[in-house]
Design a protein around this ligand. Sequence first.
Ligand code: MN
Length: 739
Amino acid sequence: MHKPTIDPEEEKREILRRYRSLLRVCHRSRTRSERARIRKAFEVAVDAHKDMRRKSGEPYIYHPIAVAKIAAEELGLGTTAIVCALLHDTVEDTDITLDDIENLFGKKERVIIDGLTKISGVSDYSNTSDQAENFRKMLLTLSDDVRVILIKLADRLHNMRTLDHMAREKQLKIASETLFLYAPLAHRLGLYNIKTELEDLSLKFKEPDTYQDIINRLQKTQAVRTRFINAFTLPIRRELDRLGLKYEIKGRTKSVFSIWNKIHKKGVPFEEIYDVFAIRIILESPQENEKADCWRVYSIVTDFYQPSPERLRDWISIPKSSGYESLHTTVMSPTGKWVEVQIRSSRMDEMAEKGYAAHWKYKDTPETTESKMDKWLQQVREVLESPSDNAIDFIDNFKLSLFSEEIYVFTPEGDLKTLPVGSTTLDFAFQIHSQIGYHCIGAKVNFKLVPLSHKLRSGDQVEILTSKKQRPKEDWLNIVITASARQKIKNALKEEKKQIGEEGKEMLKRRFQNLKVEWISANIDEMVRHYNTESALELYFRIAKGSIDLKKMKNYAIESGRILFEREVQPLPIIETKAAPAAPSKGETLLIGDEKQKVDYTLATCCNPIPGDEVFGFITVSEGIKIHRTNCPNAQELMSKYAYRVIKARWSNKEMVQFEVGLKFSGIDDVGLVQKITNIISTDMNVNMKAISFEANNGIFQGKVVVLVHDTEHLNSLMDQLKAVDEVLTVDRIESEFA
Ligand code: MN
């Protein structure tokens, strides 16, 4: 490889040049002491990273300087954030510790850098759930300080801008992650420019050819667009000049990414999109006049061009919860094309570009904008803090709340509430208070009585009706769309089921006593098996509800404290194959686990079948017959390509053999949890464990255990017992050692 010649003196000069160019954009760090803090952070970072280089061969310190510059220039952040941006990689990559940061700079800096360190870079995810877990961790830092996310976005933006030097595989990973999470996050924080750049750069690396193709076509059509914009804006400019208004007009083309999106997702040809754009009119207007002035411009624009009445958006009277303020209208141009016109003041424009960060600049902004953002962050925190089923569901829900557009509704007192589009009266009730949600029976929307499932619209006035007797119902989960309402309902249902279950448990205990059946898990499992309930909790619940009547129990025998039901004969699982099964079975079924039948077989490690699983045999070239589960990931290929080598197989009734099965589970980390789990496995269920491992991270634990079971029935009841533990969120069978 070619090694670039390094001139250390020249490099030092370049580092200083870059540092000075950072200082030039630190407009908000004016005092001497603020400058001194930035200087100190710079010196600490230079020293800490002195022996490190980026993939491009450049000194590593270029990166933190660039991130700090983005934070100051493009996000408008202040001194603390600039200091943290300069130091953002020191704790993770160098000898500097969080204590050092606190001693050298302060508590606030420690919190922010701690947050940044927790969101480690792109790790090598072995599966999607790890990735989702990492995102979840990242979003959790939102509750520390929003600057963590802003600096992280600056970091990601610089990494995306300099992605050329990474290996192709890394490029794809980083670009996908950016598109999946960082761009929507930037969007939700109101950072539209950064969102667009992140999307465009992601596309550039994910689909370089398509990206380049769109760029080329945009260049070719540039002149046509400029001519159109000039002609379109000419009469407007004349009128604005005549009135002596100060303004700036920008014609903005769609981003490369949004053009690509239209072409690929909606099948619209490039020719129909390239000249679709928005005209932005930015007014130089004092804050007390800006609303009136914007409407004045609206009136001028619509004097020349016919507006589409459905496409008027007034985000000046009611700003978006991200703080976005603007007046949008879509008008018909003389060439018959719709053109979006955005009208806003220069203050609003800066808010739109820099989002949350610009709030600090305009201290005299009405309280509401800032508190709305806080409210949004509060909602995010609520979602984060309530344990959801698994990390992937969680991210999906969260992403939904990132993308969804909003509606604005009012309480009877006239308070404004923001909800995602599609929200129902029940969502609204839960947003006011969980107790209002639990007891909600309906609502009056604009004084008319409506049901829980009524979809709300912007401008509705909603009065929730409650009843003490009302309780959360299972079907409410189909009515609500907000993540926080869903979670509250789920928790309430689980709680209620448990309470009712307690009664059922007592009833079963009494029945057992009368019958002289011991209260041990083997007997409870027998009941669960016989009544085919999902779990013991479900069994108790159904007993309490009366859908299982213990008085009508029949076909059972009691032997020394054990209850046993007569077992129905299970139909034999038969594997359908198109071709006739070949030797050695000659159409017969291979019985597995039967000593009398001396057929050599092994259990496939890709799906680890155990008795009770539906299985088939596959004749391999050198390893005899392998037994696979019919839902083995390889089954379809084996059956379709080598049907002639597939033989029917079923388990013999012998239950004496024990089989190894791996289970993985996750949940909320809690004291004594490991003990609880191992107790269930070894004491309650009397199952042998071969190996167990736990890992806890940020309050979430992941565990793996290898157990010895007889068959699927045995396995399922073990899994149900584990699932019944409150802190346990998921229990899954590990399909293979590689999962
Ligand atoms: Mn970094």
